[in-house]
Design a protein around this ligand. Structure first.
Ligand code: TXA
Ligand code: MG
Length: 358
C-alpha cells in the first residue's frame, strides 16, 4: 500500500443503507492493506484487515498508538466468531446472542489466524459485532474481520463525526466513510471472559446493569494507571489515565449538584482572574449559573437525558479545544446506566483531577 501522504478520500454514505459501490471501494481498500475509517453505533473506527499484520501495523503508526494497546476485531455475523476466537464459552455465546450486534466487546481466547499484533502480543482477542449498517456491510464485502480502534490520534477524544476523524487523521488514512454523527458517542463496553470472574475492563455503550442480568455480581473496579512505561501491563491498556484528553486542562466536580456547581463557579472566577480562557460543559438546566461570566458554555442536553449527554461529551471537548480553551470545568454525572461510561471518560479526560465537594 502506498505511503499515505496522499489526501484521504471521503465518501458520504447513508448510515442505514450505504451505497454498495462505496462499500465495494472501501472493502477493496481494506483487502489491499489500506486503512479505512467508518462510523459505528459507538464512535468512528479506524479499520484494517485483521488478518493482515502489516496493515494492522499501519493502524498503530497512523494513530501514534503504543504497540502495547490491543485492538478490537469487528465481525459481521456470529458464524465468523470461530474464525477469530477459540474455546468460546457458553456465557460468551449467551451474551453474544443477547447483545450483538451492539456496543459490547468480548475478550476471548485468540485464534492463531489473528496476527499477534492485533492483540499486542496477548493470547486473547477483543471482538464485537457493531450495530451499524456501514461496518456490517464493509466486513461482509471485505470477507475478512476488521481490526479497528477508535479513529482518533492516541490520547485525543474519540471521534463522533467524520470531521473529528479528519481533524486527527487526514492524509494518514486512505479512505473515510462519512455516515454522519455516531448515535451513542461513547465506545463499547469491554468485558474480559478469559478470566475466572468475568471482568468489566471498560464501561461503555452497554450498561453494567444490562450485563448483570447474566453476570449478577459484575462490578467495575477502575484500575486507572498514570503512565504506560512505569506501571506493570494493565489488564486493559486503554485504562491509561491520560486518555480522551482535550488539550485544555479539565477539572471534574463531584458531589451534591448545588455544592459542586457553587465550587465550579468559584473555580471559573479564579481562572478568569488568572486570565485563562475557560469553558464549561453542563446540563441545559445548569447553564444559567454561568451566564454572567466570561466563559464559553457548552449545554450538553437535558439533565435527565443521559444518552444525549453521552453522545455529546467527546464532541464538546473537541469544540472547546478548537475554541482555544485553556481550562474546562465539568460537573460529574450519576454513575448509573450510561452515566458510568460518561463518568469514566470524564475522569480520564481530567487525568484524575476530580474535585470532591461534600
Ligand atoms: O466502540 C468501540 O469499542 C470502538 C469502535 C470503533 O468499535 N472501538 C474502540 O477501540 O474504542 P479502542 O482501540 O479505542 O479501544 C479498545 C479497548 C482498549 O481499551 C483496549 O485496551 C481494549 O479494548 N482491548 C482490546 N483488546 C484487548 C484484549 N485482548 N484484552 C484486553 N483489552 C483489550
Ligand atoms: Mg480509543
Amino acid at each position: 500500500m502506498a505511503n499515505s501522504q496522499t489526501a484521504t478520500i471521503i465518501i458520504r454514505v447513508d448510515p442505514t443503507a450505504p451505497d454498495p459501490a462505496a462499500i465495494r471501494q472501501a472493502a477493496e481498500m481494506l483487502r489491499g492493506g489500506g486503512l479505512v475509517a467508518f462510523p459505528t453505533e459507538t464512535v468512528y473506527g479506524l479499520g484494517a484487515n485483521a488478518l493482515d499484520a502489516a496493515a494492522v501495523q499501519r493502524i498503530f503508526i497512523a494513530k501514534g498508538r503504543p504497540a502495547s494497546d490491543p485492538l478490537i476485531v469487528h465481525i459481521a455475523a456470529l458464524d465468523q466468531l470461530d474464525s477469530v476466537a477459540e474455546d468460546v464459552s457458553a456465557l460468551a455465546h449467551t451474551l453474544a446472542q443477547a447483545f450483538w450486534p451492539g456496543p459490547l466487546t468480548l475478550v476471548l481466547k485468540r485464534r492463531a489466524a489473528i496476527p499477534a499484533n492485533v492483540s499486542a502480543g496477548r493470547g486473547t482477542v477483543a471482538v464485537r459485532i457493531p450495530d451499524h449498517a456501514v461496518p456490517l456491510a464493509l466486513a461482509r464485502a471485505a470477507g475478512v474481520p476488521i481490526a479497528a480502534p477508535s479513529a482518533n490520534l492516541f490520547t485525543r477524544p474519540s471521534p463522533t463525526t467524520a470531521a473529528h476523524v479528519i481533524e486527527d487523521l487526514d492524509r494518514r488514512i486512505e479512505l473515510l466513510l462519512d455516515g454522519g454523527p455516531t448515535p451513542i458517542g461513547l465506545e463499547s463496553t469491554v468485558l474480559d471472559l478469559t478470566v475466572v470472574q468475568p471482568a468489566l475492563l471498560r464501561p461503555g455503550g452497554l450498561s453494567i446493569e444490562a450485563l448483570r442480568q447474566y453476570i449478577p455480581d459484575l462490578v467495575f473496579v477502575p484500575r486507572y494507571i498514570e503512565h504506560d512505561s512505569a506501571a506493570p501491563t494493565p489488564a486493559s491498556p486503554g485504562m491509561l489515565l491520560k486518555h480522551y484528553s482535550p488539550r485544555a486542562e479539565l477539572l471534574l466536580f463531584a458531589g451534591p449538584p448545588e455544592h459542586a456547581l457553587a465550587r465550579m463557579r468559584q473555580a471559573a472566577l479564579a481562572a478568569i482572574k488568572r486570565g485563562e480562557r475557560v469553558g464549561v460543559m453542563l446540563p441545559n438546566e445548569e447553564i444559567g449559573i454561568f451566564a454572567d461570566l466570561a466563559v464559553v458554555i457548552i449545554p450538553l442536553g437535558p439533565r435527565e437525558d443521559m444518552r444525549q449527554i453521552g453522545r455529546r461529551i467527546f464532541a464538546s471537548m473537541r469544540e472547546l479545544d478548537r475554541r482555544g480553551m485553556e481550562r474546562i470545568l465539568v460537573r460529574g454525572v450519576e454513575r448509573t446506566g450510561i452515566g458510568l461510561a460518561i463518568w469514566d471518560r470524564l475522569v480520564r479526560a481530567a487525568e484524575g483531577h476530580v474535585i470532591e465537594v461534600a
